[in-house]
Design a binder for this molecule. Structure first.
Ligand code: ARG
Length: 268
């Protein structure tokens, strides 16, 4: 069943690819900021059209990656575990997210350990009584997984990301509903693949083409699965699994190494 969700997004007003901190970013490729804004707006309308609430975090000059709002914090049951970015270019985003959330009644915890928010954390409220999946290997430190468990009081399962193109957990794994995941096995170490098979025997498995098209970087309300229009194979797979795919074009945002999920933080 679809559930009404609350999301936080940040418009790509100052979006650019001025530096390269992941393999998708190429500073010599021009970015069309106007088109990025239009595509972002369509994504926002798609989510509100499905009945969800979307709050907007104001964009700030000098923070071209701020559009990837998923990285700013990770929220579970009113508590926001703040981000601490790996790269200096994005450091300032964390305080903006914390200030925004604190002003709206969220209990905000400033982290000690490096972590990139919902980019590397996923929450499944109905799996094993409430389970957090956490990625490490490129951005978030394993020590932050322990810190998140202490702050949020939910078991955290650490998953090792091994392919630099899938540098955040949300490029390789997504919650399709409160207990089901889709993932791209090859983004994970052999041991983490085994952990995922053990925890989620019925998961939707993505193939290379799905993953390279950012098909795992999706937002689901438990029924509608919003994913980018290049990810046609993934759309068929989620449909075959009983969900309704909803496609949006996000070609400009891909140039920064992100897609639907990167642009959307869920507020739980
Ligand atoms: N350019 C951004 C970075 O490398 C992209 C972040 C994508 N966000 C995400 N949740 N995967 O940090």
């Amino acid at each position: 069943m679809p559930q009404k969700r609350t999301y936080l997004m940040c418009p790509p007003e100052f979006y650019a690819v001025d530096y390269a901190i992941n393999p998708w970013m190429d500073t010599s490729t021009p970015v069309d900021t106007e088109l990025a804004l239009k595509q972002w707006e369509r994504l926002r309308e798609t989510l509100t059209g499905l009945g969800h609430t979307v709050h907007v975090l104001p964009a700030e000059p000098g923070l071209p990656d701020m559009v990837y709002a998923a990285n700013g914090a990770f929220t579970v049951d009113g508590v926001a575990y703040g981000a601490r970015f790996k790269y200096a270019q994005r450091t300032a985003e964390a305080a903006s997210h914390r200030a925004y959330l604190a002003a709206r009644g969220w209990t905000c915890v400033q982290p000690v350990e490096t972590n990139e928010g919902e980019g590397d954390f996923a929450y499944l409220p109905d799996a094993y009584g409430g389970l957090i999946l956490a990625g490490y290997g490129f951005r978030t430190e394993p020590a932050a997984h322990v810190e998140a468990q202490d702050v949020l009081g939910r078991p955290v399962v650490s998953l090792h990301l091994v392919d630099p193109r899938f540098y955040h957990l949300d490029t390789a794994l997504a919650a399709l509903d409160d207990r089901t995941v889709a993932y791209y096995p090859h983004a994970f170490s052999a041991a983490s693949q085994r952990v995922l098979r053990q925890l989620f025997p019925d998961a939707v498995r993505a193939d290379d083409a799905d993953a390279y098209a950012f098909g795992l970087n999706l937002v689901s309300d438990g029924r509608h699965v919003v994913l980018n229009s290049e990810a046609t194979g993934m759309a068929y797979k989620v449909e075959a699994a009983g969900y309704t795919p909803v496609l949006v074009e996000l070609s400009e945002l891909k140039k920064g190494g992100g897609s639907v999920k990167c642009c959307v933080a869920e507020l739980r």
